[in-house]
Write a protein that binds this ligand. Sequence first.
Ligand SMILES: [Ca+2]
Length: 136
Amino acid sequence: MAQTTQLQVQELARFAQEQQFNEQYRQYFGDVWNEAGVKNISKMTTQDAQQTLKVLANSEASPQFVKSLLAQAAIDGAPPQVLEYLLSSDIDGDGRTLAQEIFQDGTNPLSADTPQLSPNAEVISPSPTEDLDWQI
Ligand SMILES: [Ca+2]
């Protein structure tokens, strides 16, 4: 497993431990697993993971929900290679993996963000030696 993915799986597990999913959330999770045909999360295959991603892609799931769902899968003992598969997937094909989107970008991993040509793409850090004379 790639080092970064391993870290992401750990991060997911940490996030999972902090969660207290309520009944309603568990119900939603159950619906997704049912629809994806996953009966036993601890015996999930990457094929199951692929189905799960398809279900998610067709749903209106929020990034938070996707993160929570994966966290629940981690808690319920989904095999590491399955978690890795899910985390490194790029459902929306925008070049950012699911893990990057939910952990770093805070963007929706299920729909490509409109490419932005930010005018602030070039980060200009103020020079520490610059002595600005503020007059208030
Ligand atoms: Ca993506």
